[in-house]
Each structure stands twice: as structure tokens, then as C-alpha cells.
Design a protein around this ligand. Structure first.
Ligand code: BV8
Length: 249
């Protein structure tokens, strides 16, 4: 199966990959819905919202600061490395990630589309005139929770897309452009959050060969052309071996 798929990943193939928390699992980053994904028994849907932030910015920032502290000790794994190599090798390659952890960028992946933003970026929640639209702030841990805007003294918020917030229109447009591809791989995502979970179906409707890589089946599995069950870091490594060494068995 990997041999046939490796053949489809030929140098002129137009490839789009969508990743979720499962590609960072091997780096030791908790997934959202995995056994250690919950934080103090809160569900992401209850904390990652504008309403939760408005109601209790301290609690929401304690969650993000906790995640940033964990992430600051983690490194990209083999799944990130293979995708970074593909981003440099293939002329027509797009990586769309739902992850906000920055590990694809740290692995050297070119032009990552951050579908849900970045945990390492912040923006002023007052959108004050003294601050840029968003900026990088890698302070770990924040000395003060909730952290304040250096320009107006109001609150800053994580530069991520919360439930109930729209996807950046430019991100949506670039992602939609990437659905015209020969192969669409969806890797390490539970495929339950929209509109990210709709991308693979739109790609299939446009004629892409669709592949899922996950340790378990998801709502998307039975709708796709190929569902490969196993860890992304192993399956992507196996694919890369068959692409770079066709005699690899
Ligand atoms: C919007 C950033 C409208 C923040 C995230 C009912 C039906 C359909 C949709 C909705 C609905 N009710 C509400 C909605 C909309 C809602 C939604 O989809 N809700 C869901 C819960 C039903 N969506 C939204 O609100 C979106 N916005 O719709 O806006 C709008 C339009 C215009 C104007 C205004 C409003 C915005 C959603 C964005 C939320 N932000 N993240 C942060 O990180 O803090 S979501 C977050 O969870 C992730 O980014 C990701 O997108 C999502 C799912 O997580 P996964 O990455 O899939 O991780 P998970 O833990 O779930 O799964 C891990 C997978 O990996 C598992 O399958 C596991 O088996 C696998 N795995 C584990 N280890 C490995 C592995 N696989 C391979 N190898 C391994 N080693």
C-alpha cells in the first residue's frame, strides 16, 4: 500500500497536507482529545472561546501559559521532519496545519498555512491603535497572568482562532486554492472541527486522491480513498523511505 502511495507522490505531484494534534503527539505534546489532552477536566470547546476569555481571562491564560510552557520543552518529531523535507522538495506542496504549536515551522517547513493561528503570537484584545495587528511573544512563563498589552495596558489574547471565531479570510482563500491538488493527506486529526474538517472532502470533490493517516479511524475514514492506520511519525517515515529509496522494502 505504501509503495503505491509513494508512486503517487512523484516529483510533479501537487500535494496538500492537513495536520492536527496527532502529528505533534510523538513530540510529547498533549492532543486535545487524547487521554492526557484534557486540562484540569476542561474541554477545549469550553476554554477556547471569546466568551470564556471575556468571563475569566485569567483561567484561559493559565491554560495557554501551561501549554506554552510544555511546548517550550518539545521538539519536532519524524513526522514534522518528513513534511518539512517534502515542503522543500516538491514544487507544488502546501501544508495546512490546525496546530498552533509552531513545530512545523521549527522543523523548517516552508510556507505553512496556520489555519487556527499560533500560540506564540498575541494581539491586543482592545485592538488598540498603538499595537500591531498581532506580534510574536515567546515569553515563558508569563510573569503576570493575564498578560497586559504593552501599548495600552489592556489585556492581550492568544493569536489563535477560538470556537465561534471565523478563519482569517486570506488563510481560507489560500487553503481553498490548495484543494486543487493530486493528493490530499489528512494526518493526525480527529476530523471533528469545522471548517478544517471539510477541506479533505472538498479536495476529493475536486478530484484529489485522499489519504488519512491516524492511529484510529475518524468520521472521515470511510469517505476517503485510503485510510492508513498507524502513527504519523512511522507511516510518513515509511513513505519517505519508499520515495527516496524505491528499492526499500
Ligand atoms: C467557525 C485553536 C464560524 C485554538 C482550535 C456543529 C457542527 C459543525 C460545526 C460546528 C457545530 N457547532 C459549532 C461549530 C463550529 C465549530 C466546530 O467545528 N465545533 C466542533 C467542536 C463541532 N467551529 C468553529 O467554531 C470554527 N469557526 O465555525 O466560525 C464563523 C464564521 C464566520 C464568522 C464568525 C464565525 C473555529 C474552530 C477553531 C477552534 N480552534 N484550535 C487552540 O489550539 O487553543 S480547534 C482544535 O481542535 C485544533 O486546532 C483542531 O482544529 C481541533 C481538533 O483537534 P485535532 O488537531 O484533530 O486533535 P484531537 O486531539 O482532536 O485529535 C488528535 C488526533 O490525532 C486523533 O484522531 C488521534 O487518533 C490522532 N493521533 C494521536 N496520535 C497520533 C495520531 N495520529 C497519527 N499519529 C499519531 N502519533
Amino acid at each position: 500500500m505504501l509503495v503505491q502511495l509513494a508512486r503517487r507522490l512523484h516529483p510533479d505531484a501537487r500535494i496538500t497536507v492537513l495536520t492536527g494534534a496527532g502529528v505533534s503527539a510523538a513530540s510529547g505534546v498533549p492532543t486535545f482529545r487524547g487521554p492526557n489532552g484534557l486540562w484540569k477536566n476542561f474541554r477545549p470547546e469550553s476554554l477556547a472561546t471569546p466568551e470564556a476569555f471575556h468571563r475569566d481571562p485569567k483561567l484561559v491564560w493559565e491554560w495557554y501559559d501551561w501549554r506554552r510552557q510544555i511546548l517550550s520543552t518539545k521538539k519536532p518529531n519524524r513526522a514534522h521532519e518528513v513534511l518539512a523535507a517534502w515542503s522543500r522538495r516538491y514544487r507544488d506542496f502546501t501544508l495546512i496545519t490546525q496546530n498552533v504549536d509552531g513545530l512545523h515551522e521549527r522543523a523548517g517547513t516552508r510556507n505553512v498555512i496556520r489555519f487556527h493561528g499560533s500560540i506564540w503570537e498575541v494581539l491586543c484584545s482592545n485592538n488598540c491603535s498603538g499595537s500591531p495587528a498581532r506580534w510574536l511573544d515567546e515569553t515563558v512563563p508569563f510573569p503576570e497572568i493575564p498578560p497586559k498589552c504593552p501599548h495600552c495596558g489592556g489585556l492581550i489574547r492568544p493569536g489563535v482562532v477560538w470556537f465561534g471565531e471565523g478563519i482569517d479570510p486570506d488563510v481560507m482563500r489560500r487553503s481553498a486554492d490548495a484543494l486543487d491538488c493530486d493528493i490530499f493527506l489528512t494526518v493526525g486529526t480527529s476530523a471533528v472541527v469545522y471548517p478544517a474538517a471539510s477541506l479533505v472532502h472538498e479536495a476529493k470533490a475536486r478530484g484529489a486522491y485522499t489519504v488519512e493517516v491516524n492511529v484510529e479511524s475518524t468520521p472521515a475514514s470511510r469517505l476517503l480513498d485510503l485510510a492508513l492506520q498507524g502513527p504519523a511519525e512511522e507511516i510518513l517515515h515509511g513513505l519517505e523511505c519508499r520515495i527516496t529509496r524505491p528499492s526499500y522494502t
